[in-house]
Write a protein that binds this ligand. Structure first.
Ligand SMILES: Nc1ncnc2c1ncn2[C@@H]1O[C@H](COP(=O)(O)OP(=O)(O)O)[C@@H](O)[C@H]1O
Ligand SMILES: Cc1ncc(COP(=O)(O)O)c(C=O)c1O
Ligand SMILES: [Mg+2]
Length: 290
């Protein structure tokens, strides 16, 4: 029997609704991965409500919890680390030390970094020091990087002029360490008005994927966290980069369709659980010639 992969997921927890681990853990479990959730913050709700209670958890918890898992002899069973929303740069550094420790115990383990930098206009609030940490330190350690367009722009310190330019920008990150860059949402001049576009860039090539752009009265939150979580889960289950990319796009689209049908602001992950595992839609990514 094939072994079930194990994944350490280090990101935010919200008590109400879905963002960070609250958006990613259940779907990753549902597709068949053992998840070890480690929370960076515990907030009442995601920050795009404009108000929340709760706190950033002490950075010392991260090495202490990793040490606890090492002490029971389980650290070598960790196949991947995922990091997302961070409450402080110090937490970020603790994650990089944890990644080094896990890779020493299991050299095949991979680190996927979703560089959540915040989006003040949208109300996604992240401390500024976290962005500097992601730009300067995390990128060099990550095996896989999953930025949105704003985050890709921050890494490259400029905006793209075209789709080809988005590829150039994503590819430039490969030179800084990651083996794959998944851009979860492309924004560039001249893009299709009815499409939601994504990009996958590896040393083997660049793939572009379009899915329908859905209308929402308020943009749902946690979509990025869900995307990177499902992408990593499917990689661990043995998918190729391309198959995991296409799967994540389809499963996330299913969740958004369910969310739209329920006129819900929060992602309808529980209602969509079967559709996550068996998406009815399929989006084929196109290999780009540049
Ligand atoms: N198919 C879709 N139609 C409409 N909006 C979408 C679709 N998929 C994702 N979104 C929205 O697009 C936005 C993507 O946000 P962005 O800041 O680029 O990435 P992230 O989700 O990591 O924050 C989110 O607000 C999400 O709700
Ligand atoms: C607590 C928390 N975690 C994570 C996120 C990231 O969500 P997304 O997947 O939309 O990037 C947000 C965004 O506001 C948030 O408030
Ligand atoms: Mg995000």
């Amino acid at each position: 029997m094939k072994r079930t992969p194990h994944l350490l997921a280090i990101q935010s927890h919200v008590v109400f609704g879905h963002a960070g681990n609250g958006a990613a853990v259940f779907p990753m479990q549902r597709v068949g991965v053992n998840v070890w959730p480690l929370n960076t913050v515990q907030f009442s709700n995601h920050t795009q409500y404009g108000q929340w209670t709760g706190e950033v958890l002490a950075p010392a918890q991260i090495p202490a919890l990793v040490e606890g898992i090492a002490a029971i002899g389980e650290l070598g069973n960790c196949d991947a680390v995922l990091s997302g929303y961070l409450g402080s740069a110090e937490q970020g550094r603790a994650i990089l030390s944890g990644v080094a420790r896990i890779k020493a115990a299991n050299p095949k383990a991979i680190y996927l970094c979703d560089p959540v930098m915040g989006h003040p206009e949208k109300g996604c609030i992240v401390p500024a020091e976290v962005s500097s940490f992601l730009l300067e330190e995390a990128v060099a350690v990550a095996d896989v990087l999953c930025p949105n367009q704003l985050e890709l722009d921050s890494f490259c310190d400029r905006r793209p002029t075209s789709l080809e330019d988005c590829v150039v920008m994503a590819r430039s990150l490969l030179a800084r360490g990651p083996k794959a860059v998944l851009v979860k949402h492309l924004v560039y001049p001249g893009r299709g008005a009815d499409d939601f576009e994504m990009l996958l860039v590896t040393a083997q090539g660049s793939w572009h994927l379009r899915r329908p752009l859905l209308a929402f009265p308020r943009q749902p939150v946690g979509v990025g966290d869900l995307t990177s979580g499902l992408f990593l889960a499917r990689l661990l289950l043995g998918d190729s980069w391309l198959a995991a990319f296409e799967f994540a796009a389809a499963a996330v689209h299913e969740v958004l369709l369910e969310t739209q049908a329920c006129a819900s602001y929060e992602l309808e992950l529980v209602r969509a659980q079967d559709r996550i595992v068996h998406p009815r839609v399929r989006f084929e990514a196109q290999l780009l010639g540049y």
